[in-house]
Ligand binder design. Structure first.
Ligand SMILES: [Zn+2]
Length: 121
């Protein structure tokens, strides 16, 4: 029961569809474990290696749960999710899609968005 070694537990949410490596939960995003970063002198992080797959943990004010990330990784897209908020403060619903370059985009099903008067705590 030695607890000397301090191992940062990384939560694997799925397998990267781009390169097959595990995708792990970081502080602000879920990222492919192949991604390597280097901090520049000006404090900016630059990706030096890896396939680039990254899913932000918060997208348009909505929390992206590991479950959503997992679906995104295994299916390439999610069902329509509600609770997103635009910059102007309007709530909207959209599905998320994982693009081939490892970025995440919104998919809007139709124009029939009736979530305007949705009351949520
Ligand atoms: Zn990858």
């Amino acid at each position: 029961m030695a607890t000397e070694h301090k191992k940062t537990e990384q939560v694997v949410v799925g397998i990267c569809p781009l390169c097959g490596k595990p995708v792990v939960g970081k502080a602000k995003s879920y990222q492919c474990s192949s991604n390597k970063f280097h901090k520049n002198d000006d404090g900016e992080w630059e990706m030096t290696e890896g396939c680039g797959l990254k899913i932000w943990k918060t997208i348009a004010h909505k929390k992206i749960t590991p479950k959503i990330a997992k679906t995104l990784l295994s299916k390439g897209e999610t069902d329509t999710l509600s609770g997103f908020k635009s910059r102007s403060g309007n709530e909207f619903s959209a599905a998320l899609k994982l693009e081939e370059d490892g970025s995440v985009t919104f998919v809007f099903d139709d124009q029939d968005d009736d979530s305007e008067d949705e009351e949520e705590e």
